[in-house]
Write a protein that binds this ligand. Sequence first.
Ligand SMILES: Nc1ncnc2c1ncn2[C@@H]1O[C@H](COP(=O)(O)OP(=O)(O)O)[C@@H](O)[C@H]1O
Ligand SMILES: [Mg+2]
Length: 312
Amino acid sequence: MTGVAILTSGLGRRFGDLEAVAPLDLEVRRGEVLGFLGPNGAGKTTCTRMLSTLLEPTCGSAIVLGHDLEAGAEAIRKRVGVLTEQPGLHPRLTPREHLAFFAGLHGLSRPGRRIDAQLALLGLEEHADRPMAGFSKGMAQKVALARTLLHQPDLVFLDEPTSGLDVDSCRVVRDLVLELRRRGTTVFLATHLMDEAERLCDRVAIFRHRLLALDAPEALRARFGGQRVAFRLDDVPGDLESVLREVPWVRDYAWQGGELLVRVDQPDLRTPDLVGHLVARGARVRQVRAATATLEEAVLGTLGIAPAGDDA
Ligand SMILES: Nc1ncnc2c1ncn2[C@@H]1O[C@H](COP(=O)(O)OP(=O)(O)O)[C@@H](O)[C@H]1O
Ligand SMILES: [Mg+2]
């Protein structure tokens, strides 16, 4: 087996005139958690569905777990697990019955212990034998996850796995992703939540119909963000703009919540100089702190993308 879980080559999908996914070249490494991050309508679900054989591409090709997406679709389906955005669960079945049904579809013999293990992994033991009709969104999502993982897939697609969940269920889902990572399972995590991608993923692909960037979260933050120093000032120089522009390593600045946020390269080295400069120009510095840019601020700000909801 190679170290590559997914390799796409010009893989794309159009819906009529709409290019939901422009020809995409992407490599996902075995064992990594790859965040596929972009605003609503960016084409994340479309991409997830193509790679998990649920939707045919309109151009290009891909190798998934060593199999061609088209010719090897059946082999791929056996080795991947998919958590779709709207997991269909049958309200009259209990979680155990539901899992038993899917164990049958996967052709698992004697699935009892595996089902128990999945129920335990997701903290569902107490609810295992109740019909799912009255289940909360969080509970239903746990059952859907148990189903996704039942056949111990090598590659798991999770499409917005925490969407609409309460805080506790979110934590269960996120802990599960980290557990999968420990086990060496490859995870393709489509999300519009920057914070989620940053906390869970080895690498993050920034995607909006096309791949905009792909790197480790820290590297993306360093590349796009730089870091910031936050000042509380008592006397603000009237010509603050030009005062800051005199400093070549100041990238930009903004006011936020009464603080002056200055983006600089190497803030550890620069902060004393910056304080000195501001004081020399008449500022009274009351407080200084390091304000690391979040990945969200860094990437979306740089690319001019709103975090969610305005792209559909
Ligand atoms: N079956 C479909 N028919 C027509 N348009 C679609 C279909 N599925 C998705 N789209 C469109 O493709 C774009 C990308 O959708 P989607 O992949 O769901 O984005 P995301 O998951 O990033 O929110 C959207 O503009 C959406 O309306
Ligand atoms: Mg989606």
